[in-house]
Design a protein around this ligand. Structure first.
Ligand SMILES: *[C@@H]1O[C@H](CO)[C@@H](O)[C@H](O)[C@H]1NC(C)=O
Ligand SMILES: *[C@@H]1O[C@H](CO)[C@@H](O)[C@H](O)[C@H]1NC(C)=O
Ligand SMILES: *[C@@H]1O[C@H](CO)[C@@H](O)[C@H](O)[C@H]1NC(C)=O
Ligand SMILES: *[C@@H]1O[C@H](CO)[C@@H](O)[C@H](O)[C@H]1NC(C)=O
Ligand SMILES: *[C@@H]1O[C@H](CO)[C@@H](O)[C@H](O)[C@H]1NC(C)=O
Ligand SMILES: *[C@@H]1O[C@H](CO)[C@@H](O)[C@H](O)[C@H]1NC(C)=O
Ligand SMILES: *[C@@H]1O[C@H](CO)[C@@H](O)[C@H](O)[C@H]1NC(C)=O
Ligand SMILES: CC(=O)N[C@H]1CO[C@H](CO)[C@@H](O)[C@@H]1O
Length: 699
């Protein structure tokens, strides 16, 4: 037993030798050998360091060889030249944990990453570099992209993290799905692709670089596939000397507020993976294997705080069955034949109209077959090497000896394991809640003023989701009911007239702008107009991200003596952020800077309210979550850590909130006296919040 353990340990440790990683037309070559590799995306920024060892262990147990992660520029360099690699941002710590568990790593440096991450990973200061055009043949951009890439590569080298140095990193990525936007850059696109490839290769890492979804990736950079069904859609590498690699196979889809979760079945994922391998694929990455949580304000526009909860490891890091187990069996079935797959001669032939065999043979007797039925309605009976096989609809059978079926992608042996929630604490006692109402700024106190509506990103520099637009309007009453009409490119608007809440409205994912309209009552004479414009994350995709704008475009009041009065070019005062944000009242220290009031029925369901209470951590180690089902929209902090934006009042087409449960990592908790602070933007009742623990049975 002990000797077996040491032998296993030796094999694991000797897994990475040093020596460059190369490739040929069949696969990556590591330590001189071809490999079929299963990989899973786990982003270090979307979980907490105390979760990493168990996430990585569960990935390994699920049959993965590689952990893939992006590098998140804007968390590492939030201020130009000031770097942060601590806590959740400890990239080296994450990679060393992967190494300690004997796995490989794929590092997608980008540095543009998209990833439903605020600004696609770009630091906000980058847009203020004079003359910059992101992701283009543009000198200022190339200087900063090269600087960051080089910094990360040198950091990895200093820690001996490349496989060529004996470390875990076997593959690296430059850029990200550039082909999607390349046409928008016209003649500045292709030279940028060539420059990025050269710059990356020039880093001399000793491991290959990939460009995903870039079919013209220059040699020696490998073009890879991203998609749901690369087995069907990938035209293959752009050279016979490059292997067929799949960098993003979506296990689900990210979710936006107002959207339903995207449920992709274990059978469907397994089918597409088996088909990709049958068609010579040798590297498959699951995006995401663990999605995790978009803590703080890190999510891009309208993206929910929970990220890919439907992945094989759910948001809380728990095994999601049958997905996890079914894929584990698939990996084992493919690995059984990996020598033959990697060294054998591939052939394929038809077994019927929609049925095909993919066969790999080496020496006599060594034979692996994939029998596929792409008819999604009917099962099929096929004859292969004189034996008869029944193939369920849209399925692939794997025969590691060309005789016996050890796995069929549509036959799931694992059972669905529901999650159960246990309420551990109710916050239903009014006296346990204190509240503080954030103020509406006075025009005279605003520091920025302009005779026009300014761009929100340019003013806030994304230090806050919130920007106040303050003006006043001199009204002469008429018989007509005045109507406030606002056009905005931000995501939410709250309107106040003379400090009274008039109403709010929001846009949705994919809508560039929306309109708010509401009848208002105005005093004769001067009226204060206070509009709170709210961003729910910066955009993460598309060309010319540096030119994107947010915020109000046009403000009019209809039903005045002039008919419609345009306020767009009135004098506007601006305030960035909320008073509570400025004072950081969500921290223990900051919370002492304001006068909190006791909570009663009158202080619930009010806009712009801060609430605070304390609680003890639930005993045990089950994951903890806050059920915010009774709240509207805002952000929640535990002991000063933001657990993310919440938005419960935005319902899906079926009439339910997109997300009511918000992960509270145990990493953020002390045994007792934890400070919970909520900022509620629109109105909610904190007395119906509960703190729950989550578990699954029968894993
Ligand atoms: C390994 O890669 C490094 C960096 O690209 C290169 O300088 C070196 O020559 C390579 N070594 C071998 C043995 O190919
Ligand atoms: C797999 O590789 C073989 C040998 O290189 C080639 O003939 C065949 O077309 C490839 N199959 C696919 C689906 O690309
Ligand atoms: C074999 O696979 C290739 C590549 O996918 C395809 O073009 C060809 O039609 C297949 N041949 C048969 C007989 O199915
Ligand atoms: C299949 O059966 C035929 C007729 O019985 C026989 O001639 C042939 O050798 C068999 N082929 C294989 C691969 O067993
Ligand atoms: C609060 O919730 C607990 C647990 O559900 C319940 O026993 C108690 O009666 C509730 N108290 C109030 C004031 O609603
Ligand atoms: C951003 O603000 C600066 C001054 O505050 C101004 O000069 C510049 O034109 C603004 N840019 C955009 C895109 O609005
Ligand atoms: C408008 O705001 C000013 C302060 O900026 C305040 O003095 C005044 O009373 C307000 N007017 C109304 C009608 O609320
Ligand atoms: C590039 C690509 O294939 N994108 C697809 C990813 O999956 C979503 C959801 O199924 C599709 O809408 C995209 O087209």
């Amino acid at each position: 037993m002990v000797w077996v353990f040491f032998w296993v340990l030796l094999v694991v440790i000797s897994g990475v030798h040093g020596g460059n990683v190369t490739y040929d037309g069949r696969s990556l070559i590591i330590d001189g050998g071809r490999k079929i590799l299963f990989s899973g995306s786990i982003h270090y920024t979307r979980s907490t360091p105390e979760m990493w060892p168990s996430l990585i262990a569960k990935a390994k147990q699920g049959g993965l060889d590689v952990i893939q992660t992006y590098v998140f520029w804007n968390v590492h360099e939030p201020v130009q030249g000031e770097y942060n690699f601590r806590g959740r941002y400890d990239l080296v710590g994450f990679l060393k944990e992967i190494e300690a568990q004997g796995m490989y790593a794929c590092l997608r440096i980008g540095p543009f990453i998209e990833s439903e991450w605020s600004y696609g990973g770009f630091p906000i200061w980058l847009r203020d570099i004079p003359g910059i055009v992101f992701r283009s043949d543009n000198e200022p951009f190339k200087i900063y992209m090269q600087k960051f890439t080089t910094m990360i590569v040198n950091f990895m080298k200093a820690e001996s993290l490349y496989a060529s140095q004996g470390g875990p990193i076997i593959l690296s990525q430059i850029e990200n799905e550039y082909k999607n936007v390349e046409p928008a850059f016209h003649s500045k696109g292709p030279p940028y692709v060539r420059w990025a490839a050269n710059m990356a290769v020039g880093q001399q890492t000793g491991v290959p670089w990939v460009m995903c979804k870039q079919d013209d990736a220059p040699d020696p950079v490998i073009n890879t596939c991203n998609g749901l069904n690369c087995g069907e859609t990938f035209a293959g590498p752009n050279s016979r000397t490059k292997p067929s690699l799949w960098t993003e196979n979506w296990t689900s889809q990210y979710q936006v507020y107002g959207g339903e979760p995207y449920l992709r079945s274990a059978e469907d994922i397994a089918f597409s993976v088996a088909l990709f391998v049958a068609k010579n694929g040798s590297f498959v990455n699951y995006y995401m294997y663990h999605g995790g949580t978009n803590f703080g304000r890190s999510a891009s526009s309208y993206v929910t705080t929970s990220y890919y909860d439907q992945a094989p490891l759910d948001e809380y890091g728990m095994i999601r069955q049958p997905k996890w187990g079914h894929l584990k069996e698939l990996h084992a079935a493919i690995k059984l034949g990996s020598e033959t797959l990697l060294w054998g001669a591939p052939s394929n032939f038809s077994l019927g109209q929609l049925q095909e065999a993919h066969v790999f043979r080496r020496q006599p007797g060594e034979c692996v077959a994939f029998l596929s039925n792409s008819d999604s309605r009917n099962s099929a009976t096929v004859t292969f090497l004189n034996l008869s096989y029944e193939l369920p609809p849209r399925s692939i059978s794997i025969l590691p000896d060309c005789k016996s079926v050890i796995f069929n992608t549509a036959k799931v042996s694992r059972k669905y394991t529901p999650r159960s929630m246990m309420s551990r604490q109710m916050f239903n006692l009014s006296e346990r809640w204190l509240n503080f109402m954030d103020g509406i700024p006075k025009f005279g106190k605003t520091t920025i003023k302009a005779n026009t509506l300014l761009d929100q990103i340019n003013i806030t520099k994304d230090v806050s989701d919130y920007l106040w637009y303050i003006s006043s309007y001199n009204h002469t009453p008429t018989d007509v009911q005045p109507i406030l009409h606002v056009e905005t490119r931000a995501h939410v608007i709250l309107a106040f007239i003379n400090n009274k809440f008039v109403g709010s409205a929001h846009g949705s994912h994919g809508l560039p702008s929306f309109t708010f309209e509401s009848p208002i009552s105005l005093n004769a004479g001067e009226n204060n107009i206070s509009l709170l414009s709210v961003s729910v994350g910066l955009p993460d995709s598309g060309a010319y991200l540096e030119r994107r704008v947010l915020g109000l475009r046009e403000v009019t009041i209809q039903g005045t003596t002039h008919g419609s009065q345009d306020l767009t070019h009135y004098s506007w005062g601006y305030q960035v952020g909320l008073l509570g944000e400025e004072l950081q009242i969500y921290t223990d220290q900051g919370s002492r800077l304001v006068e909190w009031k006791s909570t009663d029925a009158g202080s619930t369901h009010q806009p712009l309210m801060w609430y605070k209470t304390t609680f003890d951590a639930p005993l045990g180690d089950d994951p903890v979550t806050l059920n915010l089902g009774s709240m509207g929209k805002g952000e929640a902090w535990i002991n000063g850590h933001s657990i993310g934006r919440y938005w419960v009042s935005f319902h899906t087409a079926k009439g339910t909130p997109s997300q009511t449960l918000y992960h509270v990592p145990r990493y953020f908790l002390a045994p007792s006296g934890n400070l919970l602070v909520l900022f509620e933007e629109i109105g909610g009742d904190p007395r119906q919040i509960s703190l729950d623990t989550i578990s699954t049975t029968g894993v």
